[in-house]
Design a binder for this molecule. Structure first.
Ligand SMILES: Cc1cc2nc3c(=O)[nH]c(=O)nc-3n(C[C@H](O)[C@H](O)[C@H](O)COP(=O)(O)OP(=O)(O)OC[C@H]3O[C@@H](n4cnc5c(N)ncnc54)[C@H](O)[C@@H]3O)c2cc1C
Length: 325
């Protein structure tokens, strides 16, 4: 940034990984930054909930590191500090009524304390550098003038799914017109099923499920986070989630039946929990890495090649760098 120019002031709304990446790049580039989020905790869809006295990942299942991406430096630091662990590159491919197959792909990473701990780490390092990261702070209106709650900002960053960003904007604003609507985002239910003991093969990590109307993915949370707890987290299909969005707990029985059938488990789980994600992932992607129109910018996992933690980070980072360039 030109050292003679006044430092831009930026409000980042959203403390998911894209908002935190954006705030880091803004701060490092010399901007004055404030981060606010309506949630009680940071992380957004990097979501970890304490159930039966242990953390369970109920949002993102894992993350991958695209080759050559700058995200890899951050991940290397997390690995060094033990915040991240390599999970697996192999999942089952389960098709209803057909034998299971094993498929290898990219290395998947998880976090021993749950993926939210990574957002907490980013937020703590921002706070240590004097950047306010405020929770329980919902923003309702973002006018094109750049004035929010009586404070004028050079830029307001909306770091979140498009439909959540659109709610804050005037409907005819040029930014709102470029965002995907709610129908272009998919819902998911995350259903946690815990047994007293492991009821599935020792070498099971997780499974992509094909041909099921109910289940899309099964993750072994104990295997993922390294404590061996007999806990599965099941991600439903978008169609199933749509039918149970209002009362997610009404989907639990069908999920148990489907998972028990797929994995050959005979006992019912001893504890269950269901969480709804109305905007789990975009059904399509924007071709640009972020949107910047006047005083308003948007970043997040819809801005890049495919919806992922690494895409959300790269989108926020690229926006922060662009605003301080
Ligand atoms: C069930 C599920 C499974 C997934 N699996 C994977 C996976 O395996 N691998 C992978 O890479 N990715 C996965 N993802 C996607 C990944 O979680 C996201 O790409 C990433 O976390 C998005 O980060 P973000 O910062 O863009 O948005 P978010 O994490 O959604 O953050 C948005 C933030 O904005 C805040 N906010 C919204 N509106 C307001 C407002 N009006 N005022 C203040 N704050 C507001 C929210 O509280 C939230 O904290 C999964 C997601 C889900 C839900």
């Amino acid at each position: 940034m030109d050292s003679t120019a006044p430092s831009p002031s930026v409000l980042v709304i959203g403390s998911g990984i894209s908002g935190l990446a954006c705030a880091r790049a803004l701060h490092d580039g010399g901007a004055t930054v404030r981060v606010v989020d309506r949630g009680r905790v940071v992380g957004g869809r990097l979501a970890t909930k304490r159930l039966d006295d242990r953390p369970v990942d109920i949002g993102a299942r894992y993350f991958t590191v695209p080759e050559g991406a700058e995200f890899s430096d951050l991940v290397a630091d997390w690995l060094d500090r033990g915040l991240v662990r390599p999970w697996t590159d192999t999942f089952e491919s389960l098709t209803v009524g057909a034998p299971s197959e094993r498929k290898s792909g990219p290395a998947r990473y998880a976090a021993p304390k749950g993926l939210r701990s990574l957002a907490t780490d980013l937020a703590e390092s921002l706070r240590a550098d004097g950047v306010p990261v405020e929770q329980n702070s919902e923003i309702e209106d973002v006018p094109g003038s750049g004035v929010v709650a009586g404070i004028r900002y050079d830029t307001i960053v909306l770091a979140m799914p498009d439909p959540q960003a659109a709610r804050m904007l005037e409907p005819a604003s040029p930014v709102a017109e470029e965002l995907f609507g709610a129908e272009q985002w998919q819902p998911t239910l995350s259903v946690v099923l815990a047994w007293p003991e492991r009821r599935w093969p020792a070498d099971f990590h997780g499974a992509f499920v094909n041909g099921s109307l109910v289940v899309a993915f099964i993750a072994d949370d104990g295997d993922r986070r390294g404590d061996g707890a007999p806990v599965l987290v099941v991600h439903t299909t978008a169609e199933f989630a749509r039918a149970h969005l209002e009362h997610p707990e009404t989907g639990i029985e069908a999920v148990i039946d489907e998972v028990n059938g797929l994995l050959g488990i005979r006992e019912r789980p001893s504890s269950t929990y269901a969480h709804r994600w109305t905007f789990s992932n975009p059904a399509e992607q924007h071709s640009e890495p972020f949107l910047l129109r006047g005083h308003i910018a948007v970043c997040g996992d819809a801005w890049g090649a495919h919806s992922a933690v690494s895409t959300a980070w790269a989108s926020g980072d690229a926006l922060g760098r662009a605003l301080t360039a």
